[in-house]
Ligand binder design. Structure first.
Ligand code: TXA
Ligand code: MG
Length: 318
């Protein structure tokens, strides 16, 4: 049985016992375990069906804790952290040996993040260990942005879901590494590339065909059960006029005889709002049993970059 509630003390108690607890963050819900315990962390991989080589993000209560788990931290990390932490930015740093290999997929770097959800922060403050937490979905599927999404997919496999309401950002954190004075974006997310550019040169490297660099960035991910295609709405709708189609658009309301449903991500075409609505809208459309989900490609700036990345990977036919 999976309990759902808002009892932080209960969540902390279960985590101390090495159990799994789903936690709210401002981005998506995470499936948390004691990051310093190999045994607890292995339960995360098992519950998600996650490949063992795909490292987990380690969540801490404040930037002051980075030096406990990472070394050789470049100065730019503290400049970025002053602006974005707590918040949707994850730093790939050289790991210290107190982080078990299971947490980092065997690699010698560790991903650190300070989430900004008040319940997550309060929970981290009550614990004397950090929390390893990937998104709380079975590996390869759409990330959860409500407690109900978590129980739909992982109910029965985890002890407790700490319910913090709907996630404010709606997309995962931006994952960055550092190389020769450059910020390297491995996953677009809740902090835009434009915002990072104010701190120095940025290289975006998220489409490595193999997912090399960030082992979790597999091409096929965030996938609904219904086939999804992404591109120009009008062209795709013309091409698939004979199919029963569900439509995901930025602001346009598309009608047509073959269209069984549509979801508008932001009536005012605000990409921040669109990001917040994306995963819930994908889940609703996926539940309809349509032949096809047709998704509109977003403009490639701001949150559009991260949304397009999720749509492309949702559309990838493995
Ligand atoms: O917003 C988020 O980041 C959410 C919430 C729960 O914090 N977490 C999340 O975790 O999205 P996950 O495991 O679904 O995605 C983490 C990504 C993966 O693509 C993983 O490969 C990458 O970060 N990653 C983790 N550790 C890494 C490392 N040491 N080096 C390179 N990439 C790493
Ligand atoms: Mg994930």
């Amino acid at each position: 049985m999976t309990e759902v509630g808002t009892d932080i003390r209960r969540a902390a108690e279960l985590l101390r016992r090495g159990e799994l607890v789903a936690i709210p963050t401002e981005t998506v819900y995470g499936l948390a375990a004691n990051a310093l315990s190999s045994e607890a962390v292995l339960k995360v991989y098992a519950a998600k069906g996650r490949p063992a080589f795909n490292p987990l993000i380690v969540h801490v209560a404040s930037v002051a804790e980075f030096a406990r788990y990472a070394e050789d931290i470049p100065d730019i990390v503290f400049a970025l952290a002053a602006k974005f932490c707590p918040g949707p930015l994850t730093f790939i740093l050289k790991k210290k040996t107190n982080i078990p290999d299971e947490t980092t997929g065997g690699g010698n770097s560790v991903a650190l993040r300070v989430p900004s959800h008040p319940l997550a922060l309060e929970l981290l403050q009550q614990l004397d260990f950090p929390l390893a937490a990937p998104s709380a979905n079975p590996s390869g599927f759409i990330s959860p942005v409500t407690a109900a999404h978590v129980t739909e997919q992982l109910g029965g496999k985890i002890a407790y879901v700490l319910d913090g309401g709907a996630c404010r950002v709606g997309l995962e954190s931006t994952v960055i590494a550092f190389e020769n004075g450059k910020i390297v974006v491995l996953r677009a997310g809740g902090v835009t590339v434009e915002a990072l550019r104010e701190f120095g040169p940025v290289e975006v490297r998220m489409h490595a065909a193999t997912g090399a660099g960030s082992p979790g960035l597999l091409k096929s991910h965030y996938a609904p059960k219904t086939r999804l295609i992404v591109g120009n709405l009008k062209l795709l709708l013309d091409e698939h006029a004979a199919k029963r189609v569900a439509v995901l658009s930025l602001w346009e309301l598309v009608r047509g005889e073959n269209i069984v449903a549509w979801e508008v991500l932001s009536p005012s075409s605000d990409l921040t709002e669109a990001a917040r609505n994306l995963f819930a809208a994908m889940r609703r459309l996926d539940a309809l049993g349509a032949d096809l989900i047709v998704a509109e490609r977003m403009p490639d700036h701001g949150f559009g970059l991260a949304i397009n990345d999720r749509l492309e990977r949702a559309s990838y036919d493995a």
